[in-house]
Design a binder for this molecule. Structure first.
Ligand SMILES: NC(=O)c1ccc[n+]([C@@H]2O[C@H](COP(=O)([O-])OP(=O)(O)OC[C@H]3O[C@@H](n4cnc5c(N)ncnc54)[C@H](O)[C@@H]3O)[C@@H](O)[C@H]2O)c1
Length: 297
């Protein structure tokens, strides 16, 4: 029971990977506020009371039915955690939607909706929760932990996922900044790119054979492995881990390198030639192609 006495907020916690995270945190002794708007994969209203229904089945949880990108919903979640569970120790920004379109067909409304949920939603909750988390750390409570659920799409890119990948890449950037901003309080912030069978994995429309292989294999991977990594990152056992970017696919846990200059070239007055840098160019491969191999379960 790594998380006994801790209070967590998990967005998008009523299904899929978020639900697996809620179940694992609760099993490890945490109390959990589930924030979920009960929307479809693309963010259309579907089951608005879903968070309450799920919470009624899991001991030690409470529900906020709403859109995490609403400032009021984020505030309500923090207040509920404080009133019902006495603190806010753990934040998991997991809620996300997908509205794919090639850039040459992309629609501004769909773009904004994806950025709003997948990136601004995390800002709303962090802005509401981190003042309380900083105060708690000052009073001697063990410093809290934040886990942002990102995607390999934001690292590699994938066909037609401009909005989704941009939001996730933004969330990776936010992870680094939040890790810096909260370092003095010893509150940690890490990002996790998951792989797991959910309704989203089921909905993948493969663009080639490697992507079809990815889908078939991803559908074998239970979300509980993601939940175990998130639970570890939320616990005091990972008190030294912050600002890192992880991946998790079944039993495999990856740490990703983060972009740093790989090679330097000095410009002269003559015609610029990048040949000296070419050995460090990055192959243009989608995430689904890069991870189309067999998962280890
Ligand atoms: N499934 C995978 O293999 C995979 C791969 C890469 C990244 N991810 C990421 O993992 C996370 C979970 O994905 P999933 O596959 O479980 O998705 P899912 O669609 O099954 O679940 C998402 C949940 O978030 C909720 N939600 C959506 N918008 C919300 C909002 N504005 N406010 C509150 N709740 C909201 C939905 O109602 C739903 O319950 C997402 O961040 C996703 O981008 C998943």
């Amino acid at each position: 029971m790594d998380l006994q006495g801790k209070a967590a907020i998990v967005t998008g916690g009523a299904r899929g990977i978020g639900l697996a995270i809620v179940e694992e945190l609760a099993a490890q002794g945490a109390s959990v506020v589930i924030v979920d708007s009960g929307v479809s994969i693309s963010g259309e209203p579907e089951q608005p009371r879903l968070a309450e229904e799920v919470s009624s089945r899991i001991d030690g949880t409470a529900a906020v039915c709403g859109d995490i990108a609403e400032v009021e919903v984020a505030r309500n979640a923090v207040e509920l955690s404080q009133k019902r569970f006495g603190a806010v120790d753990i934040i998991v920004n997991n809620a996300a939607i997908i509205r794919d379109a090639f850039i040459f067909k992309s629609d501004p409304g769909n773009w904004d909706a994806v950025i709003r949920t997948n990136l601004s939603g995390a800002q709303r909750l962090l802005a509401a929760a981190t003042p309380a988390m900083r105060e708690q750390a000052k009073t001697g409570r063990a410093p809290g932990a934040i886990v942002n659920i990102v995607s390999t799409a934001g690292i590699y890119g994938n066909f037609g996922q401009g909005a989704y990948a941009a939001a996730k890449a933004g969330l990776i950037g936010l992870t680094r900044v939040v890790a810096h901003d909260l370092a003095r309080s010893r509150i940690r912030c890490n990002a996790v790119a998951p792989f797991a069978a959910t309704r989203v994995t089921e909905s993948i429309k493969p663009a080639n054979e490697a992507q079809a292989a990815y889908k078939a294999k991803a559908l074998q991977v239970p979300a509980r492995y993601v939940a175990r990594l998130v639970s570890f990152l939320a616990s005091d056992r990972s008190a030294h881990v912050t600002g890192q970017l992880f991946g998790v696919r079944g039993r495999e846990v990856f740490v990703f390198s983060q972009p740093r200059p790989a090679q330097r070239l000095l410009q002269g007055e003559e015609h610029l030639d990048l040949q000296a840098l070419e050995q460090h160019f990055t192959e243009l491969v989608t995430d689904l192609e890069a991870f189309s191999g067999d998962p280890i379960l």
